[in-house]
Design a protein around this ligand. Structure first.
Ligand code: 3EB
Length: 321
């Protein structure tokens, strides 16, 4: 019988992180100043994502393995797995239209994860260059991306829902993504009672709604993975142009998710947050607010990037335990 071990990660600024003794990591995501396809260096899956500018420090997000790691590359995606958990990383270079290329890359990753026996995809990150610009048909790049991702998830949605996610601007030109899956842990998704589920947004926000859940837990794992969360109530952006108010609504939405678990006794506590800020002039305000309102045992990381809706000024994701 397999026991499930919670996915563990660490964040290290600048230098290489210390690894868990004796086990090489599952994957390293380099949050830095370049973007490229997934690569394997010394047997470790790496994905460089362009999320950092001069004003903010880069960091390496390491996903720790629980046993021997196998890496498989197929087409534009690569996966690393250890018998219990899997990381899939992909990169799609700039296109005039995105949907087909995104559907193909995602479908390839999902198929590979399925084949290897990691059917439970519970968390994904999508870092999208030129996210608020339009494609060659005049459709916003984010909306174009959402079409391809939705098509790739169409088959799976009927089985076990969509994963929690971040869909955010990058400083690059292409679209970088990675997702996490488990072999044995059953996934439970949570929604925020104050927000329309993203996969049910009306078509004012694009031809296909964004395919993601607000938060996910995994049976046996002591973690709550919270999606990118912003100043949205119902399906509408609140407090356009007001960073302080957007921060308050974002905090309230995060807190609603920490309380949304049916397991009332549980009492989730935020362990780590990643913070995305549209305008560099808001960085200090955001830092102060996050320190006072969303304290975590590990320091938050801040990125100055665009956000999927052009009226959103800030977005915050988290992991709780
Ligand atoms: C929102 O709540 C804000 O497309 O994967 C947050 C998290 C957002 C993930 C995604 C988008 C995504 O709709 C935007």
């Amino acid at each position: 019988m397999q026991t499930f071990v919670a996915p563990m990660f660490s964040i290290d600024e600048g230098s290489l992180p210390s690894e868990i003794i004796g086990v090489s990591p599952l994957a390293r995501i380099y949050y830095g100043q370049t973007e490229a396809g997934p690569r394997v260096i010394d047997g470790v899956l790496e994905l460089p994502v362009h999320m950092v500018t001069d004003g903010t420090a880069g960091f390496i997000e390491t996903w720790h393995a629980t046993g021997n790691v196998t890496v498989v590359i197929r087409g534009s995606v690569a996966v690393a797995h250890d018998g219990q958990q899997l990381v899939c990383a992909g990169f799609v270079p700039r296109h005039g239209r995105w949907a087909d290329a995104i559907r193909q890359a995602y479908a390839q990753g999902i198929a590979l994860a399925d084949e290897l026996g990691y059917a439970n995809i519970f968390r994904m990150w999508n870092m999208i260059g030129h996210i608020n610009e339009t494609n060659q048909d005049g459709l916003e790049v984010y909306r174009d991306f959402c079409v391809g991702r939705a098509e790739a998830f169409d088959v799976r949605k009927m089985i076990d829902g969509v994963p929690s996610a971040t869909g955010i601007g990058s400083r690059g030109d292409g679209i970088s993504f990675y997702f996490l899956a488990t072999r044995s842990g059953r996934i439970t998704n949570l929604e925020n009672p104050n927000q329309v589920p993203a996969f049910e947004y009306p078509d004012d926000y694009g031809p296909r709604p964004p395919s993601f859940a607000r938060a996910s837990t995994i049976d046996g794992a002591d973690k709550l993975f919270i999606s990118g969360t912003a100043s949205i109530l119902g399906h509408r952006t609140m407090h356009v142009g007001n960073i302080e108010k957007q921060l308050e609504t974002t905090r309230d939405n995060l807190q609603a998710l920490l309380r949304a678990s049916e397991d009332d006794e549980r009492g989730w506590q935020l362990e780590h947050v990643k913070v995305y800020v549209r305008h560099s002039r808001d960085l200090e305000t955001v830092r102060r607010f996050v320190e006072q309102n969303l304290p975590t045992p590990t320091p938050p990381v801040y990125m100055n990037v665009a956000i999927c809706r052009s009226d959103l000024l800030v977005e915050i994701e988290g992991v709780a335990r």
